[in-house]
Design a binder for this molecule. Structure first.
Ligand SMILES: Nc1ncnc2c1ncn2[C@@H]1O[C@H](COP(=O)(O)OP(=O)(O)O)[C@@H](O)[C@H]1O
Ligand SMILES: [Mg+2]
Length: 219
């Protein structure tokens, strides 16, 4: 059975592509995985894949793109024949596409940086999540903190605010603000393949936590 993980956010630059590429690379270590880039023409995941492929043909990792929700549904259906995981890198602001991703995903992750602006913009996403619930029960959308500065007061306050205002649960794994993420992305690598032990550990923990959540769903 194929499991789909959607990475969604209305705001750009929050880390959707970072999380999508790292998760896809981690999943592909064990099982055939497809990464669908829906954020075109930006195409960060597609460019990441092209750089990766120029080094060596990626094992167990396929890239596809989709320009609208119809193409996405058709592509995901096709890929689900021979892929265990599908990771979707969503576009910002396109409610129709985001709603389709929420409906088709076993789990959606919403990257959120510790800034008030990101929490406010995420409030818009709640309407899309509500609309998606009309199509399917059991929709699971969780926050993943990115560029998190653990020891700051601001981060603690914002995470409290996000819990209250958004009412979404969050992953235990948080990604810190690390150069490794931007360096790895530019080189077609996952942070796990880059020389930063903390980023390695974060990405592995993220993939493990997501895999555990997905396991619960097939039981
Ligand atoms: N945790 C992080 N630490 C440092 N840089 C990050 C982190 N997450 C994302 N970035 C950088 O921020 C920029 C935007 O991230 P990206 O994943 O492309 O966002 P989105 O896909 O949501 O637009 C990229 O240059 C990326 O390398
Ligand atoms: Mg992106």
């Amino acid at each position: 059975m194929t499991q789909i993980v959607g990475i969604i956010q209305v705001k750009g630059g929050v880390g959707r592509s970072t999380i999508a590429t790292n998760l896809a690379a981690a999943f592909s270590l064990a099982k055939p995985t497809a990464l669908i880039d829906c954020d075109l023409p930006q195409g960060t995941s597609a460019s990441w894949y092209a750089v990766r492929k120029s080094e060596a043909p990626p094992t167990n990792l396929t890239l596809a793109t989709a320009r609208d929700y119809r193409e996405l549904i058709a592509t995901a259906k096709e890929l689900s024949r021979d892929h265990r995981y599908i990771v979707i890198d969503a576009p910002p602001r396109i409610a129709e596409m985001t709603r389709a991703i929420i409906v088709m995903s076993s789990l959606c992750l919403v990257p959120l940086g510790a800034s008030a602006a990101e929490i406010w913009s995420t409030a818009d996403l709640l309407r899309t999540i509500e609309a998606a619930r009309a199509y399917r029960a059991g929709i699971d959308v969780r926050i993943v903190w990115n560029r998190f500065r653990a020891r700051t007061r601001e981060a603690a306050d914002l995470s409290e605010a996000a819990r209250k205002e958004l009412g979404l649960s969050e992953l235990a794994t948080r990604l810190g603000y690390r150069v490794a993420y931007s360096e790895a992305l530019a080189r077609g690598l996952s942070a796990d393949e880059w020389l930063d032990r903390t980023a390695h550990a974060e990405v592995r923990a993220l993939a493990e936590e997501v895999r555990e959540i997905l396991k619960e769903k097939v039981r």
